[in-house]
Design a protein around this ligand. Structure first.
Ligand SMILES: *Cc1c(COP(=O)(O)O)cnc(C)c1O
Length: 427
């Protein structure tokens, strides 16, 4: 399998390792596979009954057909050693819980696969994964790459702007994980990282790559859990052809679902469920794409005003807006509605939902969806929103409680490019 850029009409092809280590294509576009493998759904359903890893391995083999079979199997089994569950609140309300991984957010599904695959594709030599985070991405990437040979991870996060829980998840691993606490905000962190990628001199000395959601190796494996969710929902309800509600920000998750559908997964379509950052739902309604600065909400991992994966979305539907509107419905809601939803789910079903997943619940209910929503984070990760809304504190999963107790290790730096490049050179 080779890969091409969304911006390249001539479709110049790149190998998996080139596409993975570049992250973004040289023309600024996003990589997509040259062809979409068609899967045998009977086989998928049988494998899903066995285990998530068995099913994911079959799907990974269809895409990554030029990776050594034994290595691929090791990557998949090692990445997916945690549970995934379909929860039924009533006959019309089902949610696929994607938050039982080590960092308790769905980003573990992409980050763990990417971490292990990067280790396999790396042909020797030190590789530095450089990433800026406002919280969730940093912890998933740190855990995803923890202990991967030949790879070091440098994570920039803004001082005082990430939750204590998120900071604990990034700074208590040690080993090949190097957290940098930046005296500045998230935009400073992002600016510093971008300037390292433009620094040709530095790049000849240190091999750096990124691990954000545009990276193919993080994006593609996110298509696998749609298959699993479909199988579980079908078995539990006896119905077929579900619609899937996806709490969305940068739209990596939803576009991975679109890819799964094109691999032959029989789902009706998707609901793009957003908070007040509603560029995509607005686009679906008006056909005008108006990227803008994000606004802060209680579902902050979805605070994106110009989603990177919009290009993949358009490419996957052949740049045809009416085809996209046929496949994806839009939904957005306010902070007030999110908090009310958290209270309602708890009061009616005794179920605690984090603010991002609550957007999925709301969309499912208000748009009369026959299908399921994706739950993207554990309620305990967002206790400061969940507790006042539901009136009870979500119980911390053991791994989170342990991380909070551990010693934190990080390096303080100013929001200056020179300090970051010096750190990378000396590391
Ligand atoms: C990252 C994230 C999202 C948004 O996912 P996208 O792929 O960026 O659309 C939703 N919920 C949680 C908890 C997240 O961490």
């Amino acid at each position: 399998m080779k890969y091409f850029s969304t911006r390249d009409k001539s479709r110049k092809l790149f190998s998996l390792s080139d596409a993975a280590f570049m992250g973004l294509a040289p023309d600024g576009g996003l990589f997509l596979p040259e062809r979409i493998p068609q899967v045998d759904m009977k086989r998928v359903e049988a494998l899903a009954e066995q285990s998530y890893a068995d099913m994911a391995l079959y799907l990974a083999q269809q895409i990554f057909d030029d990776v050594d079979a034994e290595l691929l199997e090791r990557v998949v089994r090692d990445a997916y050693d945690f549970p995934i569950e379909m929860r039924c609140l009533n006959n019309k309300l089902h949610t696929l819980e994607l938050f039982h991984g080590p960092t308790h957010a769905f980003k573990d599904f992409g980050a763990r696969f990417m971490g292990r695959m990067t280790g396999v594709l790396n042909d020797g030599g030190e590789l530095v994964i450089l990433t800026a985070t406002s919280g969730d991405t940093g912890s998933a990437v740190a855990h995803g790459f923890y202990g991967v040979k030949g790879v070091r991870v440098v994570i920039l996060y803004p001082d005082g702007k990430v939750s204590p829980l998120q900071e604990a998840q990034m700074t208590t691993l040690g080993g090949n994980i190097h957290p940098l606490k930046v005296r500045g905000n998230f935009d400073d962190c992002q600016r510093m990282v971008k300037s390292m990628f433009r620094d040709e001199a530095l790049r000849t000395e240190v091999r750096i790559t990124s691990a954000n959601s545009i990276n193919l190796l993080r994006w593609l494996p996110q298509s696998f859990y749609y298959f699993y969710g479909y199988c579980m929902w079908k078995r539990m309800t006896g119905r077929d052809n579900p619609e899937v509600v996806v709490p969305s920000g940068n739209y990596g998750n939803l576009t991975a679902g679109m890819f799964a559908r094109r691999m032959g997964l029989p789902i009706r379509g998707f609901v793009a469920a957003s908070n007040a950052n509603d560029v995509v739902p607005e686009f679906l309604q008006t056909q005008l794409y108006r990227p803008r600065a994000s606004v802060q909400t209680v579902a902050n991992a979805m605070d994106v005003g110009d989603p990177s994966n919009f290009e993949r979305m358009m490419q996957l539907c052949g740049e045809d807006v009416s085809a996209l509107r046929f496949e994806v419905r839009g939904f957005s809601c306010s902070d007030e509605e999110i908090k009310q939803a958290i209270a309602e789910i708890y009061n009616k079903y005794g179920y605690l939902s984090d603010p991002h997943s609550a957007v999925g619940y709301l969309a499912t209910k208000q748009m009369d969806v026959d299908g399921f929503w994706l739950s993207t984070a554990h309620a305990a990760k967002f206790g400061e929103v969940v507790e006042p809304s539901a009136g009870v504190a979500p119980e911390l999963p053991v791994s989170l409680a342990e991380a909070v107790m551990k010693e934190r290790n990080f390096v303080n730096i100013d929001a200056q490019e020179e300090q970051l490049s010096a750190f990378l050179r000396e590391m």
